[in-house]
Structures are given as C-alpha cells and as structure tokens.
Design a protein. Structure first.
Lengths: 256, 307
C-alpha cells in the first residue's frame, strides 16, 4: 500500500478540479431537493390527466405523504444516480492505463494496490458526502412540505443505498482493471446491475446476497414484514472485500 | 566502474513475436548510455522490463544489484523514468505534478520545495501556471525529464526522449541530458543516431531483439571502419582522381565536380602523399579534410538496411 495516502490526495483533488465534481453529486443534490416536490405534485398531475382524458371513470389518488417523498428519492437514487456512478467510475483504472499516467506513476515507488484502493476510497467518500447532503436536503424539504418526518427509517434506507453504491464502485473499479475500455466496463457494470434487479425476484438471492439491498430500504420505509437485513449487508461487505482483492490481484499481474 | 544495469539472457516473447532474444548488457555507473536500434528492435520492451511494467519470459536484469522483477519498489526508488509518450493529469500544473511525484518518493517539506523549484527552472517551466493539458510536446517532454529527476535518481531511464520533438525541443532535451553527465547514470533509448553521437559516451546497438554491439562511443567509431579523406581543388580534379586511385593505400575513390572522396587504409600515407600529388599536378588545393566514420556508418554496417 506504499503511496496510498498521496494517491488518495491526488484522487480527491481531481474530483474537486474536474467534471467528476458535477455529475454524480449534481444528480444526487438535484434529487435531494426535488424528490419531495415531485412526490407532492404527482397526485395532482395524475388526477388532472385522469379527469381530462378518461370520462366516466373516477380514479381516487390519495394525497402524497412523507413515505412517498422518500420513496421518490429512493427510486431516483437507486437508478439514475447509481447508473451515473457505474458509468463514471468505469474508466478509473483503464483511463490511467490508456492515457499513460499509470506508466508514469507506477514506475515510482507506488504499489498498484494503492492505486486501485485509492480509486475506490475516493469514490466512496464522494458518494458519502454528496449522499449525506442529498439525504439532508430531502429530509429538510420533506419536513417543510409534509407532517411526519420518519427520519430513522429514511436514514436506514440511505445507509443501505450507500452500501449498494460502495459495492457498485468496487465492482466498476474492478471491471475497469479487467477491461481495456471505459465503455466496456460501464456496459458490464450496468449488465450486472440489471442482472441483480432480475435476481432480486428470487427469494434466496434476495435474502442472502447483495441483491437483497435492492428494495430493502423501501420495505423498511413502508413498514414491511420479514425484513432480513443482516445477510444482504454481510454478503455485500464480503463482496466488496472480494472485489478489492480481485482488482488488486489482477492489476498486479497486468503488464503496462 | 560497476554496472548500474546488468542484463543477462533477457528474453521476452509476445505470442509469436520474440521482442527480446537473449539480451546481455552492462551499463557502467556514471555513463550516458545510448540504447540504439531501429523501430521495433525491442528497446521499449527492455525498458518496460527494467521498470517493472512487464515481466521477462526468461533471463533477468538487476538495477544496482536489485532484481527488477522481485524488488520492484527498491528499484523504483533508485530510478527516474520517462516513457516515450508521457501521460500527465491534464488538470495539474507542472509544479503540482512535480510535487505529486516527489511525494510518491516520500519527499516533503523544504527538500521537496527546493527540488520542485530547481527542476522547474531547469526545465524552463518556472512561473508557468498553465495546466499540463495545454502544454506543447516539447514542454511535456521537458517536464517529463524534470519529474524523472525529482528523486535525484542514481539511474535515469529515458525512452525515445526526443523522437516526437521539433529541432528546438530536441536541443533543449539533449542539453538537459548532457548537463547530467557526471551526476547520474543515464540510459536512454533512441533510433536517432545524431542524438546518441551528441550526448552518449557508451552505446549498445539492438537489432531484432539482440544486442549486436556494445562499446564506448570512441571505440565503436574507430574499430574496423573505413577512414575517409575529402580533397577539393580549384580545377583539374579529373587529373588528380586517377592518380589517387592508383595508390596502393587508396581503397576507393569517387569524384563529384572538383571534390574527390577517397576511402583509405592508412591516414598517415594519405597525409604525406596527397599534398605532394596536388603539387605534382600543379593544382590549387582548396581543402583536405579527414572524415571520421560516423555512428551511422557503424549502425548501417551492423544493422544493415533494415532501419
């Protein structure tokens, strides 16, 4: 892990000085602000559409609640924000290889593991900070617009979402080590995400693998029964460790 | 002198291509060592193995006694390296990149600041706040040499440092390399003969993955290669040419206008006889020049016409 702190410092500075500061954080902050608003106006929009287009049919849409506001955030963060995260992280190592910076840096006393892990940690920190700010914004706007705050349930949802984001960062960095192009790694990362979505319909996978994190936060928020949190969380943490080891092992064996 | 680099039986095979084929090489400490060869000879492959970026198929190499495969960080802390196309983080300035490079070597505080300042001055980049992404090739290459020197390396390895540069850029980089003479060992690969002639004191010629010659520059140029004399007269070179060609010490004679070029076996005989022949023919001598064999002659002799 020689050179880890220096490389992590470089990664964090790079986030602050390049487009990386705007994409995922921008998406998260936008959804933090707008999710409660969208939840609030959605019933009115649907009622207007129903009354104007379909005559003779009465559709009753209940007014939005705090749960709807948080679920709106969850939908956006679980999909668009995570897709953006997978795509942007997918070039982490392959980009360094392609541009020649890996060759220039790794001929100095820096271990390849330090580079790989610094890539993951910097993105975890980026998602952590912007995820917390996004959640805080969402809680604030929700508290302003709705009655019941339901903060502990929402924080549990955000924590599970963050764990899933960490897993996907580790997956994307690993794919970026294994594949030559950012497009290839991004495509593979998105394919894994869609496969997870399909597998989440299978109870065994949902209860004992990272797949279970998809929808678990929503079920906590809506007061669902039979919530097995331990195994999905433990399996995800184990998967992250395995991905780190795989990425370091594979990168160590590559010729640059 | 001890060997800064010792390479023995180094072989690298990519699928069906043998990039290096049993290379043996010793780079003396303190030398400026030219690693010369045509494109595709295996120079970059050898440098990639020496810097730990690739692994040999067989054979091995040491840098100051450290195995380049096993002791990668020990080797890297002793070397500075400039790849053929250096990649930088475009959002950094030169100063930031040098500081980042220095920190990777564990430098900090006043030592790091002093190194950064002096290397920026050496590379002619002091006071430039422009980001590296907007640099010209010449500026990038000068920064490349500077970053390779940030740890005051015992061995500087440069891969084709001048190949992509215009004449001014080449001049700047060669002067930077020449200025290191006596301070650090420099091992640089190139296919540009004049660069090697200009700064190197020792040369290895690589061809098709094999070292075909390794020697001090002076020794290489003087060994077994033809001596040449150029004679120019005001008028009457056509009378002088057959007389020169008939001399036993003249191997070959060729005339272009009033200029005659001869390949001779011994320079002493040429020095003694040619002025006398000019007088004998009652001609006016404009110049008589002894032409040293160039590295190009040696290179073409060893490598042939493949480059």
């Amino acid at each position: 892990m020689h050179g880890f702190a220096v490389f992590l410092g470089k990664e964090l500075t790079e986030i602050l000085r390049t487009w990386r500061l705007y994409v995922v954080p921008g998406i998260l902050l936008f959804f933090g602000l707008t999710s409660p608003i969208i939840a609030e106006i959605t019933p009115s929009l649907l009622s207007n559409m129903a009354s104007s287009d379909v005559q003779g049919i009465v559709i009753e849409i209940p007014p939005a609640t705090t749960v709807d506001a948080y679920l709106q955030w969850s939908n956006n963060a679980m999909q668009i924000a995570l897709f953006a995260l997978i795509i942007t992280v997918a070039g982490a190592v392959s980009g360094e290889r392609r541009s020649g910076t890996a060759q220039l840096v790794l001929t100095k006393p820096v271990s390849r593991s330090a580079m790989v892990i610094a890539k993951m940690v910097s993105n975890w920190l980026l998602v952590l900070v912007t995820g917390v700010i996004s959640a805080a914004l969402c809680i604030g706007v929700t508290a302003f617009m709705f009655d019941t705050p339901l903060v502990p349930e929402f924080l549990a949802l955000v924590a599970l979402w963050y764990l899933l984001a960490c897993f996907l960062v580790a997956l994307s960095v690993t794919l970026s080590v294994l594949l030559k192009s950012q497009a290839g790694a991004a495509g593979a990362g998105l394919a894994v995400y869609f496969a997870m979505s399909v597998l989440s319909l299978w109870v065994v996978m949902r209860d004992y693998s990272p797949v279970g994190l998809l929808g678990l936060g929503d079920r906590i928020l809506t007061g669902g029964e039979d919530l097995s949190v331990f195994w999905p969380v433990a399996a995800t943490l184990m998967s992250v460790v395995i991905l780190i080891m795989l990425a370091c092992w594979a990168f160590d064996r590559q010729e640059l | 002198m001890s060997g800064a680099i010792q390479i023995s039986g180094l072989t690298k095979v990519y699928k069906e291509t043998r990039a290096l084929d049993g290379v043996d090489l010793t780079v003396p400490e303190g030398s400026i060592y030219g690693f010369l060869g045509p494109n595709g000879a295996g120079k970059t492959t050898a440098l990639r193995i020496l810097t730990g970026m690739a692994r040999p198929t067989s054979g091995g190499a040491t840098v100051f006694g450290h195995d380049v495969v096993r002791a990668t960080n020990d080797v890297r802390s002793l070397i500075g390296f400039l790849p053929d196309v250096p990649g930088y983080y475009p959002w950094m300035t030169a100063e930031e990149f040098l500081r980042f490079s220095g920190k990777l070597f564990g430098l900090k505080g006043p030592v790091l600041e002093e190194r950064v300042e002096s290397l920026l001055a050496m590379a002619g980049l002091e006071g430039i706040k422009q980001r590296v992404g907007g640099y010209s090739r010449g500026m990038k290459q000068r920064l490349g040499v500077a970053q390779a020197l940030i740890n005051a390396p015992r061995l500087l390895m440069l891969d084709e440092p001048t190949s992509a540069l215009d004449p001014m850029g080449r001049k700047d980089v060669l002067e930077m390399i020449a200025a290191l003479r006596g301070r650090t060992t420099v091992f640089f690969s190139t296919h540009i003969l004049t660069d090697v002639e200009r700064v190197c004191d020792t040369v290895a010629i690589l061809d098709e993955g094999r070292v075909v010659r390794q020697a001090a520059m002076a020794e290489l140029k003087s060994e077994g290669h033809a001596l040449r004399v150029l004679v120019e007269v005001e008028q009457g070179a056509e009378e002088l040419e057959p007389l020169l060609a008939s001399q036993p010490w003249v191997v070959e004679c060729r005339r272009e206008g009033q200029v005659i070029r001869c390949v001779v076996e011994g320079m002493t005989a040429a020095r003694r006889s040619i002025p006398a022949m000019v007088v004998e023919k009652d001609l006016a001598l404009v110049r008589m020049v002894e032409e040293e064999p160039t590295l190009e002659d040696v290179f073409v002799g060893l490598v042939g016409g493949r480059s």
